[in-house]
Design a protein around this ligand. Structure first.
Ligand code: AP5
Length: 223
């Protein structure tokens, strides 16, 4: 019996464009996991692993963690049981070296199914990032104005006090945006040339972005 082709989706866009928010919603809708390299680094940091401590030195400056460790981490992650039907990549790939590595990792499944590019201007990205708050227990992401918790400063699910990410300070966000334009934005052309790119209007409210996204991915045959 031939095994069904796995579905691999990629989320692209500036920091704060809504990649993580939408990847989590899509994970529920499609039944395939979100793989966020940023979350994997933060998880390692929380557990004080060697990888986490290495990643922190780059994340604090808003720079990319070296490709070798990032690629190995993703290779390891997609071997896990929950990726049997595929995965939604959020924050990976971030440059051409990572994109080529991902092509190789997914080649056996016919490659990446679709790349979703979230369009958002830098000023709005900055507003979204500086207002972002996260639950340190379950990772749920809120925004103080656009997506506030029911009780100010507390997670709806865990009741824990919400925190701001260390790399969400305006100075670090400026570097992250610079790194995005220099290293990540060439991927737009890379995926466009492969016929994989779909642009999503990231300026809309969360539920409208989700509806647009679902319409796109559900029009693709999912394994
Ligand atoms: P990472 O964690 O990946 O951060 P990022 O890509 O900069 O993306 P963000 O998480 O900031 O934004 P997002 O687009 O997910 O937005 P979100 O949904 O949260 O990376 C952090 C660092 O890790 C990097 O700088 C690097 O050092 C390292 N790293 C990670 N991956 C790497 C890799 N592959 N290679 C090397 N290094 C790597 O939304 C933002 C806010 O807006 C939230 O508050 C949310 O509630 C709100 N919001 C979302 N959608 C909407 C909407 N439609 N309307 C209104 N508000 C909205």
């Amino acid at each position: 019996m031939t095994q069904a082709r796995r579905t691999f989706l990629v989320m692209l866009g500036v920091p704060g464009a809504g990649k993580g928010t939408q990847a989590r919603l899509l994970e529920e809708a499609l039944g395939i996991p979100q793989i966020s390299t940023g979350d994997l680094f933060r998880y390692n940091l929380k557990n004080q692993t060697e990888l986490g401590l290495l990643a922190k030195s780059y994340m604090d400056r808003g720079e990319l963690v070296p490709d070798e460790v990032t690629i190995l981490m993703v290779q390891d992650r997609i071997q896990r049981e929950d990726c049997q039907k595929g995965a939604i990549f959020d924050g990976f790939p971030r440059n051409l070296v990572q994109a080529v590595a991902l092509d190789q990792m997914t080649a056996g499944d016919g490659g990446i199914r679709r790349v979703l590019m979230f369009n958002l201007d830098d000023d709005e990205a900055m507003r979204r990032i500086t207002g972002r708050r996260t639950c340190p227990v379950c990772g749920t992401v809120y925004h103080v104005d656009y997506n506030p918790p029911k009780v100010e400063g507390r997670c709806d699910l865990e009741g824990a006090e919400l925190v701001q990410r260390d790399d969400d300070k305006p100075e670090t966000v400026k570097t992250r945006l610079y790194v995005y334009y220099k290293q990540t934005s060439p991927l737009v052309g890379y995926y466009f040339a492969k016929g994989l790119l779909t642009e999503i209007d990231g300026t809309q409210p969360i539920d409208e972005v989700q509806a647009q996204l679902l319409a796109v991915v559900q029009s693709e045959p999912v394994a």
